[in-house]
Design a protein around this ligand. Structure first.
Ligand code: GDP
Ligand code: IMO
Ligand code: MG
Length: 444
């Protein structure tokens, strides 16, 4: 195994940043393939917390190069702020280490304005976007308009495209929403000039670099953003993001063939969270949900919004496993469940006409009428955050992990019991290829 994808299998925030950091000790490259700075990946190294939005988490591993693939939408100013903050922590970010594909669409202030105005107009039907202009930037790409990073090489092209875009967008916002905000061409041109200076030096061809690395047998990690249930086609539409968050997005988001990904590691929290609106069958709207939020510190990394919390949903997880072809799972934040008398897992949904669904046909507006069918498992009382070997977990915690694997029909290879690198346990029976990829005997 030379290449491994780490993707979310719920509604995001499963701990992708941490797991990517844990498994990249020997990696040559970590590549982002979709999303933008709507993502918030938190990594804790030596007690220091680092929050990443656009930079792949491999940036924290000295020997690792990082890439932003063509499937990402790039807010260049946000990238430069992130680079500054990471550099302030003593991490080197140079054009030798970071390559941004010249094909990435740019996210500019007018995209954020469209996002904001539309969300405001939706009132009670908000998607609850991160207001980072992600949807409008992807829409432009599909419409074949807007600026890509490579366009900045020619200032005249950039000016012509921007003029045309601002004219059209201003007319749209004024005509459809009565917006009076003026989108200043000067401000946009100033931003473009800053990006020419600061971001262009990082521009390269990620498709070429990663294809070459794969053919040379280097270890490559593909770092997903969001999660399968936020996929623009396969998620809980319309309450989703605007990119392909499932594994299918890797090939078109990097520019490598679908066979370039050897294994797909799906991440699931030991429970479920969601930020923003949309269906969430196992959501806990009571004190138990508040307790999970407090114990798990479930507040959005990007927007600070409280995350909605609920039980683990195996129906949704099985769906994600199918849609993304997930080979094995990492179950994160198991420590957060300590101290509960019993723990519930949803194994099916009951429809209003009494049928039980074990497989999701598709998510639609009817989904809000489904109620979960639960299996109850015994909890454990011990604090497990200091446990460093699977065998030392309380019997009930081991049983919980085994139940998840068996109900999901997919092996669990890693279990998270805390934020730090070493709070990650290998599950016995994990194929040797994983240990070899990570470069460890039995621990991270
Ligand atoms: P991502 O978007 O998937 O990278 O996840 P986030 O970083 O947004 O949210 C996950 C949060 O949980 C971060 O603060 C992580 O440091 C933290 N985390 C990850 N794994 C574990 C774990 O096993 N236990 C605990 N307690 N926290 C974890
Ligand atoms: P990471 O990578 C959780 C959600 C937003 C909103 C919907 C659409 O940290 O897991 P957008 O701004 O993308 O148009 O918002 O998607 N969302 C996320 N939720 N984690 C994320 O990323 C998310 N990125 C977007 O809350 O519901
Ligand atoms: Mg996150």
């Amino acid at each position: 195994m030379k290449s491994l994808a780490v993707i979310g299998s719920q509604w995001g925030d499963e701990g992708k940043g941490k797991i990517v950091d844990v498994i990249t000790r020997q990696a040559s490259w970590v590549v982002r393939f979709q999303g933008g700075n709507n993502a918030g990946h938190t990594v804790v190294v030596d007690g220091k917390t680092i929050k990443l939005n656009l930079l792949p988490s491999g940036v924290l591993r000295e020997g690792c190069r990082v890439a932003v693939g063509a499937g990402v939408v790039l807010d260049g100013m946000a990238l430069m702020r992130e680079i500054d903050s990471v550099r302030a922590s003593g991490i080197s970010v140079t054009p030798q280490r970071l390559v941004v594909d010249g094909r990435v669409p740019l996210v500019l202030p007018y995209h954020r304005e469209i996002d904001r105005v539309r969300e405001e107009a939706r009132g009670g039907n908000k998607i609850g976007t991160t207001l980072r202009g992600i949807g409008p930037a992807y829409e432009e790409r599909a419409s074949r308009v807007g600026l890509r990073l490579c366009d900045l090489r020619d200032g005249e092209v950039a000016q012509t495209v921007l003029k045309e875009r601002l004219k059209e967008v201003s007319a749209y916002l004024a005509g459809c929403f009565g917006s009076t905000v003026s989108l200043s061409l000067e401000e946009h041109l100033e931003e473009v000039a800053r990006l020419q200076e600061s971001v262009l030096p990082f521009m390269g061809d990620v498709s070429f670099e990663i294809s070459r690395a794969i053919s040379s047998g280097e270890r490559v990690v593909f770092e997903g953003a969001q999660g399968c249930l936020l996929d623009v086609a396969f998620g809980t539409v319309p309450f989703v993001t605007s990119s392909h968050t499932s594994a299918g997005g890797i090939s078109v988001g990097v520019g490598v063939g679908p066979r370039s990904v050897d294994r797909i590691l799906g991440l699931a929290k030991a429970y479920t969270t969601r930020v923003g609106s949309g269906p969430f069958p196992t959501e806990l709207l009571d004190a138990q949900g508040d307790e999970l939020r407090q114990r798990g510190a479930e507040y959005g990394t990007v927007t600070g919004r409280p995350r909605r919390c609920g039980w683990l949903d195996i129906v949704a997880l099985r769906y994600a496993i199918r849609v993304s072809g997930i080979d094995c799972l990492a179950l994160t934040k198991l420590d957060v469940l300590s101290g509960l008398e019993t723990i519930r897992i949803a194994t099916a949904y009951r429809t209003p006409d009494g049928r039980e669904l074990e497989d999701l046909p598709l998510w639609d507006r009817q989904s809000s009428l489904w109620t979960p069918v639960y299996r109850e498992l015994p909890g454990w009382q011990e604090d497990i955050s200091g446990v460093r070997s699977f065998a030392d977990l309380p019997h009930q915690a081991q049983q919980y992990v085994e139940a998840v694997a068996s109900l999901a029909g997919c092996p669990v290879v890693l279990v998270g019991v805390g934020q730090s690198r070493d709070a990650t346990l290998w599950v016995p029976g994990t194929p040797k290829e994983f240990y070899e990829f990570v470069g460890t005997e039995s621990r991270c």
